[in-house]
Design a protein around this ligand. Structure first.
Ligand code: ITT
Length: 211
């Protein structure tokens, strides 16, 4: 129990990557899909950090588990920062989101197609206290058509220049090495020994959620 965390996400791609990156650590990693009555999560704020905190705090309070939330997205300077915190909401499916992006960038020349992924991770305890915040960012460029089948979200159109491959053409291991989520989770894992003792303390000393 003390070493159980719940990932405050319904995004299967994110959950898979987080599970891979935490596989070697002494943690039982649940997701909202493992819970019978998962909380409804909202992302009402204009910043990744605020939305991540909202999701972590709501989930930890509602479930009684320490919760790790990931708010992430794609920032395209040529689109004034869009889709940004609205990355999951510009359309209903990954395919439609990619079409939205490529259409929006139809007239953007090659030298202005730079973009980056951001990931903010927040861990909250069952009282709603934030135990830590970790960040990652990876820079790349947006292709003119999808390339590759792996990953999720905008991966088929996000080219990582050092490898001359999109995230959807890489192995999952390689994406985790360089991605925004991989960076944030590596920083989280470095803090994990301290956090585990903090989690134990909080679970033993705090009242159950809702009291
Ligand atoms: P949860 O809130 O349930 O975690 P979500 O998909 O709504 O899921 P976000 O609001 O953080 O999560 O939106 C993140 C979106 O950004 C995600 O849906 C993708 O479209 C995109 N995204 C984030 N990380 C990505 C990655 O590693 N590869 C491709 N696209 C990514």
């Amino acid at each position: 129990m003390a070493n159980t965390i719940v990932v405050a996400s319904k995004n299967a791609g994110k959950i898979r990557e987080i599970r891979q990156l935490l596989a070697d650590f002494p943690l039982q990693v649940l997701s909202l899909d493992d819970l019978s009555d998962p909380p409804e999560l909202t992302e009402p704020y204009p910043s990744f950090a605020q939305n991540a905190a909202e999701k972590a705090v709501t989930t930890a309070r509602a479930t009684g588990y320490v919760a790790l939330a990931d708010d992430s997205g794609l920032v395209v300077p040529a689109l004034d920062g869009a889709p940004g915190t609205r990355s999951s909401r510009v359309a209903a499916t990954d395919g439609e989101r990619i079409k939205w992006l490529l259409d929006a960038m139809d007239q953007v020349p090659a030298d202005k197609r730079n973009a980056y992924f951001v990931c903010i991770m927040v861990l909250a305890d069952i009282t709603g206290q934030i135990l830590g915040t970790w960040r990652g960012r990876v820079d790349g460029t947006i292709t003119t058509q999808p390339q590759g089948e792996a990953g999720f979200g905008y991966d088929p159109v996000f080219l990582y220049p050092p490898d001359s491959q999109t995230f959807a053409e890489m192995t999952p291991e390689r994406k985790n090495q360089v991605s925004h989520r991989g960076q944030a989770l590596k920083a989280f894992v470095q803090d994990l020994p301290d956090i585990l003792s903090s989690i134990t303390t909080n679970i033993n000393s705090a009242p159950p959620a809702g009291e």
